[in-house]
Write a protein of this length. Sequence first.
Length: 201
Amino acid sequence: MRSRIQIFVVDPIASRRASLCRTLYSQGFGAIPCEAMDEVTMFSPSDSKLLVYHGEGAIDQALKFLDESQSWIPIFAYCDHIDVDRVVSAMRKRVSNYIKWPIAADALTQKLLMNDGEAGPKPEIEVRSAEMRSKIALLTNREREILQAVAEGGTSRTIAERLSLSPRTVDTHRTNLMKKVGAKTIAELVGIVAVAELRAA
């Protein structure tokens, strides 16, 4: 049985913040609602996490807060729509995982726990990065081309035009490469690319 993890939910919208906290409570987490980062206090690095709504500047504010506090707890970003560029940007800024809201309670728990012990600017990032690169190395040259195009925000139509393929062929390649790297969604796929490009500072 896991120890009770405290999740600071930072979201300017009260109704969404409350809904997420109820979901966390139902899964056995301690949920602390915060309208802004300056309400995050009294956290323990060993059993706390930040769940931040990815609004304008929110991730930068969270990173600044943690730097000023001279401590580190994992940051998880969530949003009610997925934008490829924003996901890539968040992952490059040391976000542990990216979550599309709303999400089923069990799936939320899995995402919050899957990176335990791996958050923060630590040498282990090289291990994670190497693991992602090894997955990408299993792809064919064409699959890697499509992967990179997807990470850059390409749609099936634009990728097809760029590579002189049919959209259906692009869809088939994308389905195959997602299976190979273990991604279930486009957001996860983009996240894998972002982590593969990371290096420890």
